[in-house]
Design a protein around this ligand. Structure first.
Ligand code: DX5
Ligand code: ZN
Length: 234
């Protein structure tokens, strides 16, 4: 993996009537992964994408599908998302019922597994399952909706998880992607990267940002040469 931060645009902010096109467009624009927000109207107060849509999108890109499950209970639906073509599956520890078993079952299927810490969750949630994580995601908004403002207090949590991952790797443990989700824009991205994030999710900043998708993605990476254009240059 390169040192460049990975960008995972969230299709939650795309046109739901043209999701295939959106996925092809962000792929061509340089997205590293495709973030898919799965919400059940129960764990979070919104209802979005199910496994049938994930499966329908699969032929539109070879980029990894980064599937964020905001569903409770989680375990019973995980196999459907694996079957649909997920490459990464992240779950909320409190969505249950059996976090350790959930992560084991995701990895047993050859899919990368991860946990998501809500803004109100303690960083210690990482400890009992760090061995089973390929990815740890810090929510910098409360889950459920795109377009919310970044919660600054989560920067400290990113740094705390960075330290846990570094200590884990120093002991011979596997490396773990440290991702941030919610309110990520070129300004907050910089703070996330400085705190140790290696991957960023962005919905609004990619799909509704000032420039083209490629410019918006580059701006999140902090590429100086590609500040978002004022207009919509092709
Ligand atoms: C919120 C989702 C996020 C959301 C991010 O529950 O998990 O992935 O789409 O959207 P922005 O980047 O607009 O905050
Ligand atoms: Zn998400």
């Amino acid at each position: 993996m390169s040192n460049k931060v990975l960008i995972s645009p969230s299709i939650l902010s795309a046109d739901f009537a043209a999701l295939g096109q959106a996925v092809r467009d962000i792929d061509a624009a340089g997205a590293d992964m495709i973030h898919i927000d799965v919400m059940d109207g129960h764990y979070v107060p919104n209802l979005t994408i199910g496994p049938a849509v994930v499966k329908a999108l699969r032929p539109h890109t070879n980029k990894p599908f980064d599937v964020h499950l905001m569903i409770s209970p989680t375990d019973i639906l995980v196999p459907m998302f694996i079957e649909a073509g997920a490459d990464y599956i992240t779950v909320h520890p409190d969505a249950g019922p059996h976090l350790h078993r959930t992560l084991q079952s995701i990895r047993a299927a050859g899919v990368k597994a991860g946990i998501v810490l809500n803004p109100g969750a303690p960083v210690e949630q990482v400890d009992p399952v760090i061995d089973l994580c390929d990815q740890i995601m810090i929510m910098s908004v409360n889950p459920g909706f795109g377009g919310q403002s970044f919660i600054d207090s989560q920067i400290e949590k990113i740094a705390a998880v960075r330290a846990k991952i570094d200590a884990h790797v120093a002991k011979g443990g596997q490396d773990i992607l440290l991702q941030v989700d919610g309110g990520v824009n070129p300004v907050t991205a910089k703070a996330c990267i400085a705190a140790g994030a290696t991957a960023l999710v962005a919905g609004s900043a990619v799909f509704k940002g000032a420039g083209t998708y490629a410019e918006n993605i580059s701006a999140l990476r902090g590429d100086d040469a590609s500040e978002p254009a004022k207009g919509k240059a092709a």
